[in-house]
Design a protein around this ligand. Structure first.
Ligand code: BGC
Length: 741
């Protein structure tokens, strides 16, 4: 039979249109059929070209067949500006400014799956409008140490919480016909030596702590792409790793999407061929100056791969599998004619960013009900601190953005309170005055000539007769703060901020609010001297509005911490038992996760003497919630059955608010040691003053299981289990028990 394209013209008059359409272009046909048809039309060279980049962020598709390029973009908080073809630097377009959504730590702190869905939908619309097929995010690496420079891009310390939040985010993005690329799979839990850290972790810890959120992303979120991480596991880089990609992702989880290398994460042609990598990106930072006409031809999955096939050293089976995966991605995205058109910088996106920001801010402390501010006519509000004015959407690494606008905390406060109060600003300290990333500049002049002492003295003198003093500090997006490719060097606040806060507390202890802007826990040696503390994260475009919403009480805070705030770095198991390296090395470096399952509250729960500064799941409200006694519908459960736990929650305060009810499971006796309790459910409920509601959780076998490394499976052992209903991991409000038969 002649190929379809050769006879198409002859048939034009007689046959219906569908008969002439090659199967791969016919979107009434099942995707798998279209994939096979397209694959069958491609030359070897075209297939090879599909498996690696043609520019910094795109791969070529098949121009001859009209199969479109794959355009990727960072991710995960907004859509990155266009960059030059072969460079990281922005291209200088004027139509690529975006809305910056709150950092993923803030999203996780909402504990609200509806917020995750809204986030994904909104971000996906921006990506779609900008014609991207793949968003490089979200990230779900577990918070193992507060030093990790990229924790702000992740969803906290708990695998269940991260898994529950990532799935709706993915579905939201992908409802736009834009793929998520969940990263960084796997075990990329700190940044220093990220390219040569070989993680040594036992199977149980791997399956119980570090994998579940990725599994949820694949099986519940249905992500169409995943990004291999830079580090190694079992001495193989995770971008081509037979265990994490082959055995686990494909065989155990049934992933049918595309594995994309982190930029520069591929290192070896043979491993890239055989160990699950589909699409190679970023192997050289500059595609033009690396010595040949087109340096992309030298990628591991480019000319070296072609040569191996031509010499007969490898067959084409692996190549066809890769191309099938890439075609599947293209049919789901760029060749999906039913996808919506997207939208950019819409009012709805700003509203979403503000709402998610407001819901994610955590009220850590509020002695004497200092917050919300009650501002009377003629009041004076003093705002102190660099983070009140510094733009935070520029910097931090690949998640850096070019925003259409960013409301600073100071602007948000001015906008909200200026009708009544005089707002005075004092710098307090100098942090990082730079404001540039890959050619995007903040345009802010943060230069300052006063000495540190003078800055404190000026702030203190303004504080003396202020009605409220709001210190807004924390970390920023500069190297060794919350920033990719570097880690923090300690838990403390940088730039001498503790001294500023302490000096302010001396004169204004009764009216001082500290707003900590960071994506990581920080030490707070002044915690007892400051009555009110907010954890405000990096909120993005609407930062100032969201913070003012909470300070004013327009929004009642309802976020809770997605990770533990340790009092000291020495209390963190990764640093007590495990290994962590903060010194750059050239060679591969074994890092043992000897802290095992003892991540976050799984460790602090067992400590009698050391208490965290703020526990996982902690967060206050301007109202109060009372928990009734939890009830369970049965005292016994069979292995294939379930029990339901119900608790009544009442808003006993005088303003509407939301409470996050947490459900943890504890196994009284097990053949392997288990954490005292583990999060297995949560629900966020909105209650008017005086209102009550019942919250129910269903607990089944999966919630009771641990990973048995010898049997290589999840096991629920018969015996007594406790279910804890809690307002925070350190604030259990009730317990019920049952026996698993
Ligand atoms: C980061 C990824 C990012 C990629 C592309 C890498 O350095 O680790 O998270 O998506 O660059 O910018």
């Amino acid at each position: 039979m002649k190929p379809v394209h050769a006879i198409a013209g002859l048939l034009m008059a007689a046959a219906p249109l569908a008969a002439q359409t090659p199967v791969y272009l016919d979107d009434t046909k099942p995707i798998e059929e279209r994939i096979e048809d397209a694959l069958g039309r491609m030359t070897l060279e075209e297939k090879i070209a599909m498996t690696h980049a043609q520019s910094k962020f795109s791969s070529p598709g098949v121009p001859r067949l009209g199969i479109p390029e794959v355009w990727t973009t960072d991710g995960p908080h907004g859509i990155r500006p266009e960059v030059l073809w072969d460079e990281w630097n922005q291209a200088g377009w004027t139509n690529d400014s975006c809305v910056a959504f709150p950092a993923l730590t803030c999203l996780a702190a909402t504990w609200n799956t509806d917020m995750a869905a809204l986030y994904g939908k909104s971000l996906g619309e921006e990506a779609r409008f900008r014609n991207k097929s793949v968003v490089l995010g979200p990230g779900v690496n577990i918070y193992r140490t507060p030093l990790n420079g990229r924790n702000f891009e992740y969803m906290g310390e708990d695998p269940y919480l991260a898994g529950a939040m990532v799935a709706p985010y993915i579905r939201g993005v992908q409802s736009n016909g834009v793929a998520t690329c969940v990263k960084h799979y796997a075990l990329n839990n700190h940044e220093v030596n990220r390219h040569n850290t070989n993680v040594i972790v036992d199977d149980r810890t791997l399956y119980e702590i570090y994998l579940p959120a990725f599994k949820a992303a694949v099986q519940e979120g249905g992500t169409w792409a995943i990004m291999g991480s830079y580090n190694l596991y079992k001495d193989q880089h995770c971008c081509h790793n037979e265990y994490t990609l082959g055995k686990i992702l494909r065989d155990e989880w049934g992933f049918d999407g595309v594995v994309i290398s982190d930029w520069g994460g591929a290192h070896n042609t043979d491993q890239a061929i055989h160990n699950g990598l589909d699409l190679e990106f970023g192997s050289w930072t500059d595609g033009l100056r690396a010595g040949t006409k087109n340096a992309y031809d030298n990628y591991y999955l480019a000319a070296p791969y072609l040569e191996k096939i031509r010499k007969g050293e490898v067959g084409t089976e692996e190549l066809d599998a890769k191309v099938r995966n890439i075609l599947r991605l293209i049919f789901r995205t760029a060749m999906n004619r039913n996808r919506p058109f997207g939208s950019l910088c819409s009012d709805a996106h700003y509203a979403a960013a503000r709402k998610i920001g407001g819901e994610g801010i955590v009220l850590l402390k509020n002695d004497g009900g200092l917050l919300p501010l009650s501002v009377e006519d003629g009041a004076r509000i003093l705002v102190v601190g660099e983070n009140a004015v510094k733009m935070m959407t520029v910097g931090g690494g690949s998640s850096s953005l070019k925003v259409q606008r960013e409301i600073s905390p100071l602007d948000g406060i001015r906008e909200r309170f200026s009708d009544k109060a005089e707002i005075v600003y004092e710098r307090g300290y100098v942090g990082d005055v730079t404001g540039e990333y890959n050619g995007v500049t903040t345009g802010q002049d943060l230069s300052e000539s006063r000495t540190a002492e003078q800055l404190i003295a000026d702030a203190v003198s303004q504080a003396e007769d202020a009605d409220y003093v709001i210190f807004i500090g924390g970390l920023n997006k500069s190297a060794q703060q919350d920033c990719e490719d570097s880690d923090r060097t300690g838990l403390g606040l940088p730039y001498g901020q503790d001294a500023v806060i302490e000096a302010l507390a001396e004169v204004a202890a009764d009216r001082l609010v500290v707003v900590n802007v960071s994506g990581n826990a920080v030490a707070m040696p002044w915690v007892d001297e400051v009555p009110a503390i907010l954890q405000a994260w990096y909120i993005g475009s609407e930062a100032g509005h969201a913070i003012a919403d909470v300070l004013s009480g327009d929004v009642n805070p309802s976020g809770k911490l997605p990770f533990t705030f340790p009092a000291r770095l020495e209390d963190v198991p990764a640093h007590i038992f495990g290994e962590y390296s903060g010194t750059r090395v050239r060679d591969t470096l074994d890092i043992r996760y000897l802290d095992g399952l003892n991540v976050g509250y799984r460790w602090t729960d067992r400590q009698k003497k050391t208490k965290p500064l703020f526990a996982f799941g902690h967060g206050l409200s301007y109202t109060e919630f009372e928990y009734g006694k939890p009830r369970i519908d049965s005292s016994e459960m069979s292995l294939d059955g379930a029990v339901t736990v119900t608790v009544e929650i009442t808003n006993t305060g005088d303003r509407a608010g939301q409470e996050i009810v947490q459900m943890y499971v504890g196994d009284r006796k097990s053949s392997l040691p288990r954490p005292l309790k583990e999060l297995k459910g949560f629900r966020k409920v909105q209650l008017a003053p005086g209102e009550s509601t019942e919250v129910s959780f269903t607990v089944d076998r999966e919630d009771l299981s641990f990973f048995d490394p010898d049997r290589h499976e999840w096991v629920a052992e018969p015996g007594m289990f406790d279910i804890y209903v809690a307002a925070a991991s350190d604030d259990v409000r009730g317990k019920v028990s049952f026996e698993l038969k």
